[in-house]
Design a binder for this molecule. Structure first.
Ligand code: BG6
Ligand code: MG
Length: 218
């Protein structure tokens, strides 16, 4: 039997939390007298907390001393945690449950490859932790996307070859990481933004079971 390793990003792929990251960074930036656009926000998707703040500061030409930098990261995360505190199963993105069920029934490996240090509590809140064969998140890696470390670890944990891994991603950094790892990259979101992906879907609603079958048999 063919057993592929399906690697899901979390924020913006499984749950609609990309908007909470955006809001939390936006209010922190505004407090510092900085503004950034929705287009610039695309460059923050998939990027670790520390690299996100570095980027925001770089865009504005601002600098912070190390203590302030740490305080601002803590502040952003506290704000983000407030946003996600009330999350429940209704915040799973459309058809994620169908795709997860289909792959589970087909006995495929289901793994998480997320930059977030908040990934595990979010999976618990939406009650899908038990579906995963491996969970790799921001606490487990030292190199952030676009470095492929997070996906390579998911492959290692399921003893899968990289050519047998398929990554679902909503971020440019994540698609680049999947491509660098030699994995199949599937963009979930705007195909213009995610044009480096091998396959593109606006969301899981438009991804058929036939396509999933094609990935399994590939
Ligand atoms: C990624 C998000 O999944 O996780 C980024 O796309 C976020 O926006 C990153 O910065 C790190 O998340 P956290 O929860 O550890 O700050
Ligand atoms: Mg994402």
């Amino acid at each position: 039997m063919k057993r592929k390793c399906f690697i899901f990003d979390l924020d913006g792929v499984i749950v609609d939390t990309a908007k909470y990251h955006y809001q939390a960074w936006k209010s922190l930036a505004n407090e510092l007298g900085i503004d950034f656009s929705v287009e610039q926000n695309e460059q923050l998707k998939g990027v670790s907390r520390v690299d996100s703040l570095k980027k925001i500061l770089k865009w504005s030409g601002r600098t912070l001393d190390p203590i302030e930098f740490q305080n601002k990261m803590n502040q952003k995360n506290a704000n983000y945690i407030e946003y996600i505190s009330g999350m429940n199963t209704s915040e799973l993105l459309p058809d994620v449950d169908r795709v997860l069920k289909y792959l589970t029934n087909k006995e495929q490996f289901i793994t998480l490859g997320s930059a977030s240090k908040n990934a595990r509590p979010i999976l618990d809140k939406v009650k899908i932790t038990g579906l995963f064969d491996a969970i790799v998140d921001g606490n487990d890696v030292s190199k952030a996307k676009p470095n492929p470390e997070v996906f390579l670890r998911a492959a290692q944990q399921t003893k899968s070859k990289t050519k047998n891994c398929i990554v679902f991603e909503d971020s440019v950094a994540g698609i680049q990481a999947a491509n660098k790892a030699g994995m199949t990259s599937v963009g979930i979101g705007d195909p213009k933004i995610l044009h480096e992906a091998q396959y593109n879907f606006q969301n899981f609603k438009v991804m058929s079971n036939d396509f999933l079958e094609q990935l399994i048999k590939k």
